[in-house]
Design a binder for this molecule. Sequence first.
Ligand code: SAH
Length: 267
Amino acid sequence: MKQRPSFPARIDTGQSQAKPQTLLTATRVVAPASPKQLKPTGLSSPSGMGLDSSAVRARMVQKLTAQGISDPVVLEAMGHVERHRFVDSALVNQAYEDTSLPIGLGQTISKPNVVARMIALLREAPGRQGSPAMGRVLEIGTGCGYQAAVLSCVAREVYSIERLRGLHDKARENLRPLRLSNVHLIFGDGMLGYAQGAPYNAIISAAGGENVPQAWIDQLAIGGRLVAPTHTQSGQQALVVIDKTPQGLQQSLLEAVNFVPLKSGIA
Ligand code: SAH
């Protein structure tokens, strides 16, 4: 039985394991694995919100349903995570609108609809064969930590990597009060994936590159699914879904999307 580290804790610095390809620091942010087990944070709405945030979230979930998101597990997770905690106080009143919002350093928190859609796609992976919770998930682009919090409700372990130190730190601050023990925040270049947590049952990218990096494919488990924005031949961005089957890779290109660029290196 692993001893629970005091918080905040540093883990997986690579000293006792295979050497990482770049300087990576991981932070364990403590938490339960399913929405059912999640305790209410007991914190009131922040000043400026001026309304009952659970009612506003319920309306957001209704809207997601009307937009075609039907997976009850995803809807429950979306209804649970307080998105207003992840945006600047000046933007709190827009937190439950279906819009991306600035989170600093030129980056944005993804629209609720896109977060829900991508997680629902991960859960539909044929390789999962109806298992209730996803196993290990790698998220590229932690940003403010919102999607990592949603993923923590539907997966056993979430590894989320961010290349911008300022956002990695911000996500840690945002997630700390939620005490999500299954979320591991890593500062590093997500184009290299995160080999220490591999193989992953699911990989999700919140940033779009020219191609899907080979490291992500290598770190995906057989039966696992990857969902990422990527550039198409027409120069647009679209969601790509890659399933790693025992017979090989199966790829499908879905709807057009608009994500911030995937960049290499750390800053
Ligand atoms: N999931 C985030 C969305 C953040 S936007 C949220 O819920 O807020 C996408 C993020 O991807 C940005 O913070 C950007 O810095 C990050 N990013 C871009 N390229 C990256 C890379 N190679 N490795 C890790 N993060 C990257």
